[in-house]
Write a protein that binds this ligand. Structure first.
Ligand code: 3YE
Length: 189
C-alpha cells in the first residue's frame, strides 16, 4: 500500500505512521510527504526519515482552484493507494476528492458528526460534553462529513483545558490511525 501523507503542522500523526511502518506493525510505504506550509515540522520529520517531500503553497498560485489542481497533480505523481491527511489544515475541492475517491483518509479530534471543522476540541469543551474522542474517516467533498472508518472515545475531565484534552485525544488518535491504516492495508493488499 503506497501512502502519500499531507501535513500542515508538527506531524505527530505522521511520526506515528513512520514508526509503525518501521516496526512492521503497518505494511505500507510512505512514498512522499507533502505540505501547504514550507518548512513545517512535519516536513522535517519526513526528511529525517529519508522520505521524499514536496510543498505546494497557496501563496504561489493565483487562485484556490489552481492551487488545488497543482496539489492534486503532485499527489497523483506518486500514484498512491491512500492519501492521508495528517494534521493537514486545508479544505480540498470536489475535483481533488473525486480524483482519490474513497482512498483519502482524515483524522478529526472529536466524535463526528459532532464538532466538525478546525476547532473540534475547543468546540466540544465549550459545549460541555463529558465524552469526546477521535474519528478516522474517508474524505468527501464536505468538511469532516465522509464515511466513518473508526472512532475512539476520550472522557473529558473537569479540569481540562483545550490543550490538555487535545494531548489525551492525540494519544488515542495515533493508535487509532495506525490500526485503521493497517486494516486498510490488509484489504488493499
Ligand atoms: N477537505 C475535504 N473534506 C474533508 N480537509 C480536511 C478534512 C476534509 C478536507 O473532510 N473536502 C480549516 C479546515 C478544517 C480551514 O478553514 N482552512 C482554511 C485555510 C486556513 C488557513 O488559511 O490556513 C481553508 O480554506 O482550507 C483537513 C482538515 C480541515 C480542517
Amino acid at each position: 500500500m503506497r501512502i502519500v501523507v499531507l501535513v500542515s503542522g508538527s506531524g505527530t500523526n505522521l511520526q506515528a505512521v513512520i514508526e509503525a511502518v518501521k516496526t512492521g506493525e503497518l505494511d505500507a510505504d510512505i512514498v512522499a510527504v507533502g505540505s501547504d506550509i514550507p518548512g513545517c515540522l512535519g516536513l522535517e520529520r519526513a526528511e529525517g526519515a529519508g522520505i521524499e517531500t514536496f510543498v505546494v503553497a497557496p501563496a504561489d498560485f493565483g487562485s484556490r482552484p489552481e492551487w488545488n489542481r497543482a496539489l492534486q497533480a503532485a499527489v497523483a505523481s506518486y500514484v498512491p493507494d491512500v492519501v492521508l491527511l495528517a494534521g493537514f489544515m486545508r479544505i480540498l475541492d470536489a475535483e481533488f476528492v473525486e480524483a482519490f475517491d474513497g482512498r483519502m483518509v482524515n483524522t478529526h479530534p472529536a466524535l463526528l458528526p459532532s464538532f466538525p471543522g478546525a476547532h473540534g476540541v475547543r468546540d466540544a469543551l465549550a459545549h460541555g460534553v463529558k465524552i469526546t474522542g477521535v474519528t478516522v474517516h474517508i474524505v468527501d467533498s464536505g468538511v469532516d462529513t465522509g464515511p466513518i472508518l473508526a472512532q475512539a472515545a476520550v472522557p473529558v475531565r473537569e479540569e481540562d483545558t483545550e490543550e490538555v484534552l487535545h494531548e489525551r485525544i492525540k494519544v488515542e488518535e495515533r493508535k487509532l490511525l495506525v490500526q485503521t491504516l493497517a486494516d486498510l492495508s490488509t484489504r488493499t493488499g
